[in-house]
Design a binder for this molecule. Structure first.
Ligand SMILES: Nc1ncnc2c1ncn2[C@@H]1O[C@H](COP(=O)(O)OP(=O)(O)OP(=O)(O)O)[C@@H](O)[C@H]1O
Length: 395
């Protein structure tokens, strides 16, 4: 049975080629794109545009070893990050690696991709692959809420007013500088994602999760990732400031105590500082992971359009600057050569070929292994479809 027919049966598509691509010349038999014969020939085979390709791992090398490895997939919005991340997770699990796939994109679509409810902030078992596969859509807002409750418990603005009325305006001003509430109300870009990643790093450290050897992250679109990279330093600085002020405030608290001869509510209590210290530590761990070429790889996902290629180039430049290990770029949704007289298809494909050429010549991207993944004529949803996609993308 032709591969596409099989995929059609298992994926129960709700869209058909004629709906997917409108062709003025009609006869757009696009399903041939996933015919096994076509798959075996370029552009569907993973191929390198780079001379260093030989030294860079392809899928077989991604599954070598039982030490834990993290894969982060990122790129422009809508290019197929979730589909690629989910298909990689399925392929890891089918290759014998107990795997966790996590979405840190606030606009989660992992549940839709697996066609299973993965919401709720808990690990959910995903049925189908031969080794355990768990999915998780993280809710970073909850962690932020916990921090906020801890900071509100120490008196917040009420304490500041009280201090001010005692003539200790300077300390009150410094309290304003803490910007803790602001940090939590309007978190810096990347904050939520960093919390999500650090939450995962934390829980997978416990022995019950030691069996999971591959952790795949479906990250938020490029902009968030870039800001996330500079976030740990920002957090270090702002939390560092908070710590310094805390010691000043402690002495002010003692002064008040001696003036009134009674115990005062600490302005920044132990619970908050502990949480902040933990947060700083967690951010440090996220930063360390991003730099650890043994333990992690960032995979750029893009599509063959000028805009997406330019954004991917900027993304790689930033990742390189931060020493984040990147070896490959997945160019998703590549149109196959048209076997018909579909004008739309041939014009579009020509356009895509120009974008692929841009990748070859782009100084940032030229050194990466480039894998082309075809544009399928069905939506990639559910395990069988992800398995199918995985066979095309991860080679
Ligand atoms: N190669 C492909 N062929 C056909 N459809 C695809 C392909 N890759 C992804 N899609 C479809 O494109 C849509 C967007 O894909 P996906 O959610 O994986 O992108 P994303 O980059 O994660 O999006 P976002 O930035 O919104 O999180 C989905 O409907 C998905 O099924």
């Amino acid at each position: 049975m032709a591969a596409y027919t099989l995929l059609r049966r298992i994926a129960k598509p709700r869209i058909y080629p004629s709906q997917l691509l409108h062709s003025t010349t009609t006869r757009c038999y696009f399903t041939t794109s996933i015919n096994p014969k076509t798959i075996a020939t370029p552009p569907f085979r993973a191929r390198s545009l780079a001379s260093q390709a030989d030294s860079v791992s392809l899928f077989n090398e991604m599954i070598v070893g039982n030490q834990r490895k993290y894969y982060m997939l990122g790129g422009k919005g809508g290019v197929g990050k979730t589909s690629c991340a989910a298909s990689l997770a399925v392929k890891f699990a089918n290759s014998g690696h107990p795997t966790i796939v996590v979405s840190t994109d606030p606009a989660h679509s992992l549940s839709d991709s697996f066609d299973q409810d993965l919401t709720g902030g808990m690990l959910v078992p995903i049925q189908g692959p031969s080794s355990p596969l768990f999915g998780l859509e993280i809710n970073p807002e909850k962690t932020r809420e916990d921090l906020r409750s801890a900071s509100e418990a120490n008196g917040g603005a009420g304490v500041k007013d009280a201090i001010n009325s005692m003539g200790l305006g300077m300390v009150a001003d410094q309290l304003g500088d803490l910007k803790l509430g602001e940090l939590l109300d309007t978190p810096p870009p990347g904050f939520d994602e960093a919390i999500a990643i650090s939450t995962v790093l934390q829980f997978v450290e416990s022995p019950e999760y030691s069996k999971f050897t591959r952790i795949v992250f479906d990250t938020a679109p490029t902009g968030h990732t870039l800001r996330l990279l500079s976030l740990p330093d920002f957090m270090d600085t702002s939390i560092g400031k908070i710590m310094k002020l805390k010691s000043k405030i402690s002495s002010a608290t003692s002064a008040i105590k001696s003036m009134f001869g009674k115990e005062q509510t600490p302005l920044v209590d132990g619970g908050t500082t502990n949480k902040l210290e933990q947060l700083r530590e967690q951010m440090g761990k996220v930063r360390d992971l991003f730099h650890d070429s043994e333990a992690m790889e960032f995979v750029i996902v893009t599509i063959p359009t000028v805009m997406a290629v330019r954004e991917s180039s900027r993304l790689h430049a930033s990742l390189k600057k931060e020493n984040v290990p990147v070896h490959r770029v997945i160019v998703n949704q590549v149109l196959p050569p048209s076997a018909t007289d579909c004008k739309f298809c041939s014009i579009r494909r020509k356009d895509q070929m120009r974008a692929l050429d841009m990748i070859r010549k782009d100084p940032e991207l030229a050194g990466l292994v480039v894998t082309e993944a075809p544009l399928f004529d069905v939506e990639i949803r559910g395990i069988p479809a992800l398995q199918f996609m995985g066979e095309m993308v991860w080679k």
